[in-house]
Design a protein around this ligand. Structure first.
Ligand code: H2B
Length: 99
């Protein structure tokens, strides 16, 4: 599948402003999500998994009890693309559903 182009650093900075809690380091968008408990964290991950599969774009992430640590990067393109921002936006939306 063809991948969107890498985003310029200025474009990344501009788009990050619309994503509270997210940072960019080492060619990835990063955020830690904290939930009330493990079932809430896992419910979020399950929602994100279905959304990511539809998008054919997947998070690098880990979970410890109520904490989900996420890094988003387009591996095929070697950095950040529009897909990473689409997935980050979905996570913001799905996080609110579990609050
Ligand atoms: N997810 C992420 N984060 N980066 C990719 O480059 C990527 C992906 N590529 N999910 C997809 C799957 C690719 O391997 C398939 C073949 O489309």
């Amino acid at each position: 599948m063809s991948r969107p182009p890498l985003l310029a650093p200025g474009e990344v900075a501009a788009r990050l402003e619309a994503l509270p809690g997210w940072t960019c380091s080492g060619d990835a968008l990063r955020r830690e999500f904290i939930f009330a408990d493990f079932p809430e964290a896992f419910a979020f991950m399950t929602r994100v998994a279905f959304a990511a599969e539809k998008l054919d774009h997947h998070p690098d992430w880990s979970n410890v009890w109520n904490r989900v640590t996420v890094a988003l990067s387009t591996h095929d393109a070697g950095g950040l693309t529009d897909l990473d921002f689409q997935l980050a936006g979905m996570m913001q939306h799905l996080m609110k559903k579990t609050e």
